[in-house]
Write a protein that binds this ligand. Structure first.
Ligand SMILES: Nc1ncnc2c1ncn2[C@@H]1O[C@H](COP(=O)(O)OP(=O)(O)OP(=O)(O)O)[C@@H](O)[C@H]1O
Length: 232
């Protein structure tokens, strides 16, 4: 089976700043993998390496088996990866429905359509004609998730989806992740909220100083050891 995302010994840089020091991992179709670790260890840089924002100096990052060579910001999307960025990035002068349509990938058909997404997120259906920014933080997170699903991605990348959200909304995010994975979409979850990680991932990798220092299945997750890694 070809991995949706595969990193082999990736070293990544911003200018001369060496941030990723030999990161290797793979996400198989339909898998839910969490990357955890404290602030500044390089989690978002993994995503930025897919987008060409961070430069891959050595090693290979692949999407759907294709090695990325000088990727553009849209290359990952073309290869089936949808990214829900930290901060959500809702377009303020578009309605909720228009924000969703923005995520559509013409030509890539699948389970997710405007109808199935509005059915998954009743609040977005109720307020489809309101501006995207009229929503609360949690609702904007749902909109960002829905917009990403509109492209029927093979892998959904969620960068700190729980940031700034109330615990009850974090539970909603975990439920959505489970429903998305049930449709066969793989998930890369970048997160520090352990209760979300425990509910929304099958496997984890712990990052420290630009490296994956521990990995395994959620069943084998040693919470005490993990706290030691991510304690601020
Ligand atoms: N565009 C950039 N240019 C230069 N350095 C950057 C850039 N983005 C991030 N960095 C640096 O790279 C390192 C890793 O940052 P990264 O955002 O990947 O961490 P993170 O684990 O995602 O943490 P956070 O949760 O704080 O985003 C940090 O030292 C950060 O200051």
């Amino acid at each position: 089976m070809t991995a949706c995302i595969r990193f082999d010994d990736v070293h990544a840089y911003y200018g001369g700043a060496h941030i990723l020091h030999g990161v290797s991992f793979a996400i198989e179709p339909g898998e839910r993998v969490a990357l955890i670790g404290r602030n500044g260890v390089g989690k978002t840089t993994v995503v930025n390496s897919l987008l060409g924002i961070a430069r891959i100096g050595s090693g290979v990052a692949r999407i759907a088996g294709r090695a990325l060579k000088n990727p553009r910001t849209f290359t990952a999307a073309q290869l089936g990866i949808a990214i829900v960025p930290q901060g959500r990035m809702i377009v303020p002068n578009l309605t909720i429905e228009e924000n969703l349509i923005l995520g559509a990938a013409p030509g890539r058909k699948g389970y997710w359509t405007l109808e199935t997404i509005l059915a998954l997120f009743p609040i977005l259906k109720e307020r489809a004609r309101s501006p995207g920014t009229a929503l609360s933080g949690g609702q904007q997170q749902m909109l960002a998730l829905g917009r990403a699903l509109m492209g029927n991605p093979t892998c959904l990348v969620l960068d700190e989806p729980s940031e700034g959200l109330a615990p009850v909304i974090v539970d909603d995010v975990a439920d959505i992740a489970a429903k998305v994975a049930a449709q066969g979409t793989a998930i890369l979850l970048i997160e520090q909220n352990l209760s979300l990680v425990r509910r929304a991932a099958d496997r984890f990798g712990v990052m420290a100083k630009g490296r994956i220092v521990s990995e395994g299945s959620m069943a084998g997750l040693d919470i005490a050891a993990l706290h030691a890694h991510i304690a601020i």
